[in-house]
Design a protein around this ligand. Structure first.
Ligand code: BGC
Length: 400
């Protein structure tokens, strides 16, 4: 196009449409250059999708890698079960003193506490045996404020007892001395069914003066301090064990419990002769594996990504519970947030703009991941959410 022609054209258009802000650009050998442009854009896009595929590939474990994880886990399990290696074992394989699953003849009213997940719960469970076996439950959920989870041990146990007191009032049971089972979802070195020394806090807990102490003792002390009611604390139970027992009540062949929740862990019925830390070879006992700590000796380091390391480094207990941090609810959202930041930094998402929201720790909760994964509608919401996490301009790539 001749420059003169362009000016004329512009003038005419302005006269016809005064509001128009159309501008004409002059192009020299435009159409030929254009072909090169089309090719260049195609090249750039192909290169970008190659990079995206490569980045995402690193996040997928191959079958060979999974089999390798299994092999290494087996070694750690063996270390945990053997007396000579127990001390250095990361997967602790803790005896639980639970030696049989329910047979249906159980009967009575029991109180139960559940500490260690997202909420604290107090329950009354009425178990009735006979032809028409029934289990009836009443429960109340109580929040445990962060200051209490990470305050002093006394404050934590006083808070727990205060919740129990509220529950007993609510149920009109203040004057009955009920047997109580305490689900305490942390690693405990047990010496009997009703004694367990806290090995270490995990997940969001960090109350002082509890590690190395018998947790049942701490609970009994707090009940005594309150001087209001009495309870018969009969058992301290890991949540994996509680889960296994509940399922075994319905299905007697169930002998494994697995938790994929805030934390991750499993238990199973083991032959006594294989549990070297406990005297006696007869019968079986449930072992709390504490597999969350798998990898704490570095044996999974080649499989951890930079995102796993970042999440671990910034956690309450760096270097501990590495396997748990790679897969459980308390950490998954944070892992994804770190991946999103990295993908954005690489220019694959949100037009390369890392928003303040995306920079906020803990903002992308694991529940969003579940929602995104669960159905098509949620997938759509995931896209909308990715728009809000971004700069507000349309996201090009979805999160799932
Ligand atoms: C604890 C386990 C517990 C698991 C699931 C882990 O952090 O160490 O004792 O079973 O979380 O709640």
């Amino acid at each position: 196009m001749h420059p003169q022609y362009a000016r004329r054209l512009h003038k005419t258009v302005r006269r016809l449409v005064p509001d128009s802000d159309v501008r004409f650009l002059l192009s020299e050998s435009g159409s030929a250059k254009g072909a090169a442009m089309v090719t260049a854009v195609a090249y750039r896009l192909a290169d970008q999708s190659r990079q995206i595929i490569q980045t995402l590939e690193e996040l997928q474990l191959t079958t060979e890698q999974l089999l390798e994880v299994k092999k290494r886990m087996k070694i750690e399990i063996q270390n945990g079960l053997s007396k000579s290696t127990q001390e250095i074992a990361t997967v602790k394989m803790l005896p639980t003193f639970v030696q049989s699953t329910p047979d249906g003849s159980e009967n009575g009213d029991f109180l139960a506490l559940d500490l260690g997940g997202t909420n604290f719960r107090v329950l009354l469970v009425k178990i009735r045996s006979g032809k028409r076996r029934t289990v009836e439950m009443n429960n109340k959920i109580y929040a445990i404020p962060m200051e209490v989870m990470q305050g002093t041990g006394e404050e934590l146990f006083d808070h727990i007892v205060q919740c129990i007191s509220d529950f007993l009032d609510y149920m009109g049971m203040k004057n009955t001395r009920s047997p109580l089972g305490f689900t305490f979802s942390f690693p405990c070195q047990q010496t009997s069914l009703d004694a367990g020394v806290l090995v270490t806090w995990t997940k969001g807990f960090k109350a002082t003066s509890c590690e190395g102490e018998d947790v049942v003792g701490l609970l009994r002390d707090a009940i005594r301090r309150r001087e209001e009611f009495d309870l018969d604390v009969v058992a301290i139970v890991n949540d994996t064990v509680g889960t296994m027992m509940t399922c075994a009540y319905e299905e007697p062949t169930c002998e494994v419990g697995l938790i994929a929740g805030t934390g991750s862990n499993a238990c199973y019925m083991e032959e006594m002769k294989n549990i070297e830390m406990i005297e006696g070879d007869e019968g079986r006992m449930c072992v709390n594996m504490e597999w969350g700590a798998f990898g704490d000796n570095g044996c999974l380091d080649d499989m951890r990504t930079e995102y796993d390391r970042t999440v671990d480094d910034l956690s309450l207990n760096p270097g501990k519970q590495r396997y748990e941090k790679m897969c459980s609810g308390m950490y998954l959202g944070e892992i994804v947030r770190n991946i999103l930041i990295d993908l954005t930094r690489k220019g694959f998402l949100f037009r390369g703009q890392i928003s303040e929201t995306l920079k906020t720790r803990g903002i992308f909760e694991t529940k969003y991941l579940s929602q995104i994964e669960s159905d098509r509608l949620a997938l759509l919401q995931g896209q909308i959410h990715s728009a809000t996490l971004g700069t507000g301009t349309a996201p090009v790539t979805t999160v799932s």
